[in-house]
Design a protein around this ligand. Structure first.
Ligand code: BGC
Length: 379
């Protein structure tokens, strides 16, 4: 009941905001009637105030995500606060706690570790705050209301299929040398990425067409954490790749590297470069995800074969739309209610589409849609 009353009050303000652009000013200066309350306990002039918790500024995509989302929310007339937690779970928890204390009405959370937010989200629920998990699902709590993301399993499928086609695995004899990597063990998305790719590649490992000289080849999808790179850091991926090359490739060449995202791919590419691999000579196929600037430049330089592009603008648009629906009491748009179970419930989700970017379509898709300027890419 409490939640409903409050949402209706917030909706009134949002409607005003859309019409008058007024909701970002404070309650007192805004309202001639002051803090009068409705029949329930929510103030009539309650503002929509959106808290956005992002994992880290150190990876390009989260900077883009945060900036676009804030822009969209501001355009809708909502006040927001955007905070980055330096990939530290304690910091993220205290940021969320502060947002709750400051009176946010909706929380948008891209978690660092999707398993540790239960207690703080219980506080959010006690304060009638609606929670949207952004990009990464939040597990083991009933207090996550919606999830907006790209199709995570499909990311891995596209990477696996790219390797399958580029090496012509269906018909070529092989064997080819593959080095697989996985994402951060505490990131719920990373298991989906790995499963999507492994479902394509594992049969070729079983048949001997693909071999993994380092032995870092999970026997099943749920053993992905054994090859996970903590915190998705470029430097760790680089030293892991250097170790594999130094220890297992004295008399062979790497043919393909399954990299789940661009930050890892960058480190892997630095290791390949250091080991003397050359584009157009013996450079292996390297996959990626996100479309980070440095990686797109590497695609143009033939050092990375592809990236699964997540246009952060469509995720921000979708989340801004969901926020508006929540605030105005409209039905919240979701397109998947079956696939994202967080251990407690199926979280109503909105899954967004992905695009494979290669050298052939960088210009059309990334420059043509103004994601990057031609200048930024040296085109
Ligand atoms: C995101 C990826 C990103 C990775 C590292 C994942 O949860 O879905 O897009 O590359 O985190 O930040």
């Amino acid at each position: 009941m409490k939640k409903l009353t409050r949402l209706v009050a917030v909706a009134a303000c949002a409607a005003l905001a859309i019409g008058l652009g007024a909701c970002s000013s404070s309650r007192d200066s805004d309202s001639p009637g002051g803090d009068t309350t409705t029949a329930g306990d929510a103030p009539k002039t309650a503002e929509a105030y959106i808290g956005i918790a992002m994992p880290t500024k150190s990876l390009e995509r989260w900077n883009n995500d945060g900036a676009y989302l804030e822009q969209q929310l501001t355009a809708l007339g909502y006040k927001s606060t955007l905070q980055y937690a330096d990939n530290k779970t304690d910091q993220q928890i205290s940021q969320i706690q502060n947002m709750i204390n400051d009176g946010v009405t909706v929380l948008v959370v891209a978690s660092i570790d999707g398993t540790v937010l239960g207690p703080v989200l219980e506080q959010a629920a006690n304060n009638d705050i609606t929670v949207i998990a952004y990009d990464r699902l939040i597990n083991a709590t009933p207090n996550v209301d919606y999830y907006a993301t790209f199709d995570n399993y499909m990311v891995g499928q596209l990477q696996g299929q790219y390797i399958e086609e580029a090496l012509n695995l269906k018909t070529a004899d092989g064997p080819f040398n593959l080095e697989p990597f996985a994402g951060s063990p505490d990131d719920n998305n990373a298991k989906f990425f790995f499963s999507g790719a492994w479902d394509v590649l594992k049969p070729y490992i079983d048949s001997g067409k693909l071999v993994v000289p380092s032995g870092k080849s999970p026997a099943s999808n749920d053993q992905w954490q054994a090859i996970g790179i903590q915190g998705w850091t470029t430097a760790t991926a680089q030293s892991e790749m250097q170790n594999r090359i130094n220890s297992f490739y004295a008399d062979k060449k790497v043919d393909a590297v399954l990299s789940p995202n661009d930050s890892l791919a960058l480190g892997i590419e630095q290791a390949l470069e250091g080991a003397g691999y050359q584009p157009d000579v013996d450079w292996p196929i390297v996959t990626g995800q996100d479309g980070d600037l440095a990686n797109v430049k590497n695609i143009l330089a033939d050092k990375q074969a592809m990236t699964v592009w997540k246009d952060t603008r469509i995720l921000a648009d979708q989340v801004a739309k969901m926020v508006q629906e929540i605030v105005t009491g409209a039905t919240v748009s979701v397109n998947n209610t079956t696939d994202y179970n967080n251990g407690i419930k199926n979280v109503p989700s909105y899954l967004l589409p992905l695009e494979v970017i290669t050298k052939a379509n960088v210009e059309e898709r990334l420059v043509g849609t103004d994601f990057y300027s031609a200048d930024q890419l040296g085109l």
